[in-house]
Ligand binder design. Structure first.
Ligand SMILES: [Zn+2]
Ligand SMILES: [Zn+2]
Ligand SMILES: [Zn+2]
Length: 144
């Protein structure tokens, strides 16, 4: 019988359910896991290691000063982040070009009248820009 809640009372919603693969006697099975609980277990273990001065990722090397991971793991994370950024940039570019070619807004996919952005997104972009400009000038002013 499929239960609707995990043993800690979190609901098995689509967002909160992780389908974990597992091999049993050479056959692949899947079982449900509560994402909330996975996160909690992961975080509490990590915090425990870090407070003991041990890298929360590899759980064996000492922490790099001022970081929550060791030198090796930090380098790996940095590399992953960099690769991820490149991948994301590429994805965004492809998405941009595709939507532009289809005559759709590159932000919300609404039909545009020949522009890259729809009218709503153009207005929003203006507002965001104005907001950041205001923020910047305010900072400059407060620093003086
Ligand atoms: Zn749970
Ligand atoms: Zn490490
Ligand atoms: Zn739009």
């Amino acid at each position: 019988m499929a239960s609707t809640h995990c043993k800690n009372g979190h609901e098995y919603t689509v967002e909160n359910t992780y389908i974990a693969p597992q091999y049993k006697r050479g056959k692949l099975y899947t079982f449900r896991q509560c994402k909330e609980c996975r996160k909690n277990v992961h975080n509490s273990l990590r915090v425990k290691h870090i407070s003991n001065g041990i890298c929360g990722r590899c759980k064996c090397r000492p922490l790099l000063e001022g970081y929550s991971s060791c030198e090796v793991c930090k380098a790996a994370t940095d590399k992953w982040k960099k690769e991820n950024r490149v991948r994301k940039d590429h994805y965004n570019k492809v998405r941009y070009e595709t939507l532009k070619a289809q005559g759709l807004c590159v932000t919300c996919k609404a039909p545009t009248d020949g522009n890259v952005y729809c009218r709503t997104c153009t207005t929003n972009a203006c507002r965001t820009r104005a907001y950041y400009r205001g923020l910047k000038s305010r900072n400059r002013w407060s620093k003086r």
